[in-house]
Unconditional design. Structure first.
Length: 128
C-alpha cells in the first residue's frame, strides 16, 4: 500500500473569517455601517453672555444685574426664532439677573429709609 502524499500548503477552510474579523454566515449580507452623528446645534452666544453677566454682576455690582436679565430675555426670543441651544442658560441669566435686581432695589429702599429717618446722622454728644 502506498500512502497518499500530504498537501504542501494548508487548504483554507470555508468559514475562515475575513480581514475585518467578522464572520458572515452563508446566505446573509454584511451588517450596515454605523450611522454618523448629527452635527451639534450651536449654542446662542447671547444666552452665555446673559448668564455670565448676571453672575458677575451679582457678585461685583448689583445694579448691572438688570443688564443680564434683559440680555436673557432677548436671548430666549432669538432662541425661539432660530432653534439654537442655550434656552437654559438664558433662563439662568434671567433668574439670577432679576434676583440681583430685587436685592438692589430692596437695598436702595433701605438706604433711602435710613436717610429719611436719620439713621446715618451723627449721634448727639453725651454730656456727663
Amino acid at each position: 500500500m502506498t500512502e497518499p502524499s500530504a498537501p504542501t500548503e494548508p487548504t483554507p477552510s470555508p468559514a475562515q473569517p475575513p480581514a475585518t474579523g467578522y464572520v458572515v454566515p452563508p446566505g446573509y449580507a454584511m451588517p450596515p455601517q454605523p450611522m454618523a452623528y448629527a452635527p451639534a446645534r450651536k449654542t446662542n452666544g447671547l444666552a452665555i453672555a446673559a448668564l455670565v453677566t448676571s453672575i458677575v454682576a451679582f457678585n461685583l455690582c448689583f445694579p448691572l444685574t438688570f443688564v443680564g436679565a434683559i440680555m436673557g430675555h432677548v436671548a430666549r426670543r432669538r432662541i425661539r426664532e432660530t432653534g439654537e441651544d442655550g434656552d437654559g442658560l438664558a433662563l439662568g441669566g434671567i433668574v439670577v439677573g432679576w434676583i440681583g435686581a430685587a436685592i438692589t432695589l430692596a437695598g436702595t429702599a433701605l438706604i433711602v429709609y435710613g436717610i429719611a429717618n436719620g439713621f446715618f446722622d451723627e449721634p448727639a454728644p453725651i454730656v456727663y
